[in-house]
Design a protein around this ligand. Structure first.
Ligand SMILES: Nc1ncnc2c1ncn2[C@@H]1O[C@H](COP(=O)(O)OP(=O)(O)OP(=O)(O)O)[C@@H](O)[C@H]1O
Ligand SMILES: [Mg+2]
Length: 345
């Protein structure tokens, strides 16, 4: 039985009726995502600052939009700014806007993102990548709700709701001196930690079905099906790029695949190798295990399987295990094995 089957049996936290449309395209049947949905439902109607944390591709952008849609601000703008990707020199004018003549090329007044987001939500993505200088300015907006355009003296008020996101451990960044502590505490009102895909394997078959349908519609073809073996490989893979990596893979497969079933050999080699290594991995508890007992157990299980498979004809079983008949007989005696022995007993 795969993890997915095990986890599907978990009690699923239901989604409230008024939020169903908002979560329609956010796949999350397992407990980990249902907990996130529950937080979104709770924070939606307030103006509280939210800090979304999680590895790349875990759905921070998707959840930020869901919070906005679920809020009383849903008919007002949702404005996103990527603090990591925007060139340093441009960020300040992107955030706060500028007055005509503030710098070369500023030929007319321009509103910044905080101004555009008035009444709505501003999503500060990759906030951990912001420069020290900008951190001071953003802190002021958070504390006082006001700012000036670059090159302007007029104070502008903003009531935009703040949602910030980062893949970094901000607490650690504070300790390293890369992120202001006061700004951290301003943002750290309601922290939401998005689970990695590895932590919610139960959702993988649902995500696969969702993306296959989505991309098959675009291709105008009937959706391909994953064989059980291929699905097992996806469930066991480590997904360092999380949902984005899975989504990209499904898109590639749907576009390139011909035929009804997607088989293990259709998957990229990297995924097959990592997945089979993970499937073979044995969990060792923190107390440790007895190596020799574990090896003996494995040996016993192999011998019982070979004997069962050969109807307890010892010659045949020894051939299957590629050992001498005498060695096999010796081991059967040592482990005191009989037809009723259970592997592991
Ligand atoms: N639970 C989910 N259900 C359906 N699609 C999802 C889910 N989570 C993420 N996705 C999809 O995966 C992709 C990556 O999600 P998103 O951009 O929100 O991640 P992110 O955490 O913001 O990543 P990054 O840190 O790289 O910006 C998007 O295309 C998004 O639609
Ligand atoms: Mg993102």
């Amino acid at each position: 039985m795969t993890d997915s089957n095990l986890q599907l049996k978990n009690k699923v936290i239901p989604i409230k009726a008024q939020f169903q449309a908002i979560f329609k395209d956010i796949i999350g049947h397992g407990t980990a995502m249902r907990k996130i949905f529950r937080i979104v439902e709770k924070v939606a109607k307030s103006d509280t600052t939210i800090l979304l944390n999680g590895e790349t591709g875990t759905g921070k952008g998707l959840i930020a939009r869901a919070i906005h849609k679920a809020s009383g601000r849903s008919d007002q703008p949702f404005v996103q700014i990527n603090c990591g990707a925007t060139p340093e020199g441009l960020l300040e004018s992107e955030f706060f806007g500028y007055r005509r003549g503030a710098f070369t090329g500023a030929t007319a007044d321009k509103a910044g993102k905080f101004e555009i987001a008035k009444g709505g939500t501003i999503f500060l993505d990759e906030i951990g990548d912001m420069s020290a200088d900008l951190q001071v300015k953003v802190l002021r907006v958070l504390e006082e709700g006001e700012f000036e355009r670059v090159g302007g003296n007029e104070t502008i008020k903003t009531d935009a709701r703040i949602i910030a996101a980062t893949h970094r451990d901000l607490e650690e960044e504070v300790q390293k001196g890369n992120f202001r502590e006061d700004l951290f505490y301003r943002l750290y009102v309601i922290p939401v930690m998005l689970p990695t895909l590895k932590e919610r394997k139960a959702d993988i078959p649902y995500l696969v079905a969702h993306f296959i349908e989505q991309f098959a519609v675009k291709k105008e073809s009937s959706p391909a099906k994953f064989s059980d073996e291929a699905m097992k490989i996806l469930v066991n893979y480590s997904w360092p790029g999380n949902v984005r990596e899975l989504k990209n893979l499904i898109e590639r497969l749907v576009v390139l695949h011909e035929g009804e079933h997607i088989l293990p050999e259709d998957l990229p080699e990297k995924i097959r190798i990592v997945s089979s290594r993970a499937a073979r991995r044995k969990e060792i508890s923190s107390e440790g295990i007895s190596f020799s007992t574990a090896v003996s157990e494995f040996e016993k299980a192999l011998i019982i399987s070979a004997l069962d498979q050969s109807n307890w004809v010892k010659n045949r079983a020894a051939q299957l295990l590629k050992i001498k008949r005498t060695t096999l007989v010796e081991k059967i005696k040592r482990y005191n094995l009989g037809k009723d022995s259970e592997p592991g007993s």
